[in-house]
Design a protein around this ligand. Structure first.
Ligand code: MN
Length: 254
């Protein structure tokens, strides 16, 4: 019995990283591509509840049949797991995103959210991003994804845990290796931009330069800064166990 791999992303069905990923994973299992019909970057973990979802078939540039939905990356995963196709995925892989998802990015990322959605359904998942908004050279990242997918299928992942991968956008021969990392600290440089519409009303953009980060050793941000592939195991259980102890001393429970 061959293994079913669901490939999705948040950059949308036309993204080159999606095509590269599905190509690479075809050698590992039976790949189904089910992705949003437009770019949902920074959509976070969405559940579309107040409008209908449409699903369409399409063709990838290489002729492969694929599916799109009007929903978010996490909606795409839910649609598949809830039975829109005739089989359940054994693994969900989301990416390859254009732009790193490190540190606090993971709370904004639609790429990561798709992996989280899979984990909520008890399906192992990987999210993978390339550290560039411009590069379309996904060859190394795609091959690394295939290697990691084989390992995950062989060894499994604990419940509630998934792997978040970031690949440096440097020529392959400059990649220093692979590091298992923890989340670093992003530094955002967002600014509030105020403009006026033709009717004289103000509207706003939250934007600015791409974020930087604190390159503390052992973090995902540090790994990318030193040309290492970063693999971070993430858990959906965000409980702060230390703070539980501290909170108990607040005597709220008495
Ligand atoms: Mn994206």
């Amino acid at each position: 019995m061959s293994l079913h791999i669901l490939v999705t992303n948040d950059d949308g069905i036309d993204a080159p990283g999606l095509l590269a990923l599905q190509k690479a994973l075809q050698e590992v299992g039976e790949v189904t591509v089910f992705a949003p019909d437009h770019n949902w970057s920074a959509a976070g973990h969405t559940k579309t509840m107040h409008k209908p979802l449409r699903v369409n078939q399409t063709m990838l540039p290489d002729g492969t049949l694929a599916y799109t939905s009007t929903g978010a990356p996490s909606d795409c995963v839910a649609l598949v797991v809830l039975g829109i196709l005739d089989h359940q995925p054994d693994l969900v892989v989301s990416g390859i995103n254009q732009g790193a998802n490190v540190g606090h990015d993971i709370t904004y990322s639609g790429t990561v959210a798709a992996a989280m959605e899979a984990v909520i359904f008890g399906i192992p998942a990987i999210s993978i991003s390339l550290d560039s908004y411009e590069s379309e050279d996904f060859a190394y990242a795609a091959r690394f994804a295939a290697r990691l997918v084989k390992l995950v299928l062989e060894r499994g992942l604990p419940p509630n845990t998934f792997l978040n991968v970031n690949v440096p956008a440097v020529p392959e021969e400059e990649i220093a290796g692979v590091k298992i990392t923890r989340l670093g600290k992003r530094v955002y440089s967002d600014k509030l931009v105020e403009r006026q519409d033709p009717r004289g009303r103000n509207y706003y953009w939250i934007g600015g330069e791409p974020p930087s980060g604190v390159p503390e050793e052992g973090t995902d941000i540090w790994a990318l800064a030193n040309s290492y592939v970063s693999v971070t195991p993430l858990r959906l259980d965000m409980t702060d166990h230390q703070m539980m102890e501290e909170l108990r001393r607040w005597e709220l429970e008495t």
